[in-house]
Design a protein around this ligand. Sequence first.
Ligand code: ATP
Length: 251
Amino acid sequence: MIEIADCTLDYQQDKKRIRVLDQFDLRINRGESVVLIGPSGCGKSTLLYLLAGLLRPTAGRVMIEGADVAGPRRQTGFILQEYGLFPWLNVEENIRLGLKIRHEALPAARETIERILAEMGLAQYRKHYPSQLSGGQRQRVALARILTLRPDLLLMDEPLSSLDALTRERLQNLLLDIWKKGDITTVLVTHSIEEAVFLGNRIIVLANKQPTFILNEIANLGMGSRTYRNTEDFFKTTNQIRALLEGGAES
Ligand SMILES: Nc1ncnc2c1ncn2[C@@H]1O[C@H](COP(=O)(O)OP(=O)(O)OP(=O)(O)O)[C@@H](O)[C@H]1O
């Protein structure tokens, strides 16, 4: 269980206090794929940073499996829109870096890298440098680097937003496959309603208020297959979220 319990979060700017969260609660069960969606500036990234242990709440607690998150944890992976690859390292070296930092034994590391390269369709690009890759390929390398570390929690902040529509769809399929393999909890921030409905088994819609609150939560029971995009359920759920966001924007 992952818990944001009674959390208040203030930012300071020019001697002014901005309260982004006020006694905010969110509970995420192991193995869920939660999506956070809401208007720009409502606090989605702030919630991810709290879960990542990169930000401490002003009041309240953030806990994973009952333990307070006091800082970044080994088993949490964080994927950002910018891929965070080192331009002077090739694909293989970029992926190996995470394992190197953790001092994993070389034979085990080699095996892991080979498996992930194959799974992510990157084997043929292993000697390419980031500048020689497309945006979608770069994001796959970034994902591969994180997955070699076997995270139990994967946090993603608009990871696909700079990709073209088809590449984005392919990577959404890949993220769905990764989640379906199990043993991982994912929390995704996105502005795309379709992406939220395709990838979230629970969609948290945040209000356009400061501090924000949960406007609604949608249990998206039909998700889990690539064909979900073409179903009536999918369209119904996207419309439901669109209506919530539009209604929230007017308030
Ligand atoms: N370091 C900071 N100092 C001051 N204010 C901040 C800081 N980081 C974020 N904020 C403010 O806190 C609010 C929430 O920011 P946050 O980035 O969490 O929103 P968001 O929902 O992720 O936005 P977007 O969808 O535009 O990425 C915004 O009003 C933002 O301006």
